[in-house]
Design a protein around this ligand. Structure first.
Ligand code: NAP
Length: 248
């Protein structure tokens, strides 16, 4: 259980972030839900969760590429709830870029959201997490280890995030545990995508457990890693991918 724990989730308004929010809230956590553009979804999720427990969800808006804005997310948790017990670095940009297509704008976006912001946000949150004996969970990707073709900078950013998790585990021990979850395919990316119907079918048929993951498959592992049940686990990245990384 996560009763009364205060957890900050980045990119928490929609998709996997929202599933994590519902799962943690169901286990008793109070939430600071960060969003960038998805204000309506964030407000709807806040209403949904506060119908269960009034006053249990605060919202905070920020573009995580604006590093100077990151301490405000932590301040929001302290102002609303007086403490911070968990940070879930979930927000991420994802788009293709092979050799010859990479420019600095895309580098800044992918590295900024997937690596730089998790580092600077963890740094901003560290004093509060050290005080509470809290935990950090980063959402990585199985392609941090085995690259996804045509996604050079994304692969690098997620590989960096995996190393950030191990590094922070060392830096913040023994008070703060830091772990990661590496999804395989859980929700197909939105918009124009290399994941055509044929590619999706090929991926799905290669997953040992025989199905695409669901956001709640990930959310349950995030909840576990934040909880006392994971008290002796730090510096680990757990693949939640139906076994796909075994056959990649
Ligand atoms: N979907 C999958 O199957 C899959 C597979 C492997 C890894 N993952 C990882 O799992 C996590 C969640 O995946 P997802 O598919 O749910 O993610 P997503 O929908 O692509 O993005 C999650 C949120 O990130 C926020 N975001 C992006 N750039 C931002 C920025 N510069 N500043 C602030 N917020 C920003 C957006 O918030 P707003 O909407 O509010 O703008 C967005 O809703 C990500 O870390 C992703 O890399 C997912």
């Amino acid at each position: 259980m996560l009763t009364d724990k205060v957890v900050l989730i980045t990119g928490g308004a929609r998709r996997i972030g929202a599933a994590i929010a519902r799962c943690l809230h169901q286990r008793g956590a109070r939430l600071v839900l960060h969003y960038r553009s998805s204000r309506a979804e964030a407000e709807a999720l806040q209403r949904e969760l506060e119908a269960v427990r009034p006053g249990s969800v605060a919202l905070v808006q920020a573009d995580l590429l604006d590093t100077a804005s990151l301490p405000r997310l932590v301040e929001c948790a302290l102002a609303h709830f007086g403490r911070l017990d968990g940070l879930v670095n979930n927000a991420s940009s994802f788009f293709p870029g092979g050799v010859g297509q990479i420019d600095e704008v895309e580098w800044d976006d992918l590295i900024g959201s997937n690596l730089k912001a998790p580092l600077f946000l963890a740094q901003a949150a560290a004093p509060a997490l050290l005080a509470s004996g809290g935990a950090i969970v980063g959402i990585v990707d199985i392609h941090a280890e085995r690259p996804l073709k045509g996604h050079v900078v994304y692969n690098l950013a997620k590989a960096g995030h995996a190393q950030l998790i191990r590094t922070l585990a060392l830096e913040l021990a023994p008070q703060v545990r830091v772990n990661g979850v590496a999804p395989g395919s859980n929700i197909w990316p939105e918009g124009a995508s290399v994941f055509t119907a044929d590619v999706r079918a090929a991926i799905e048929s290669a997953i040992p457990l025989g199905r695409i993951g669901e956001p709640r498959d990930l959310a349950r592992v995030v909840a576990f890693l934040l909880s006392e049940e994971a008290a002796y686990i730090t510096g680990q990245v757990i693949a939640v991918d139906g076994g796909r990384s075994v056959v990649l």
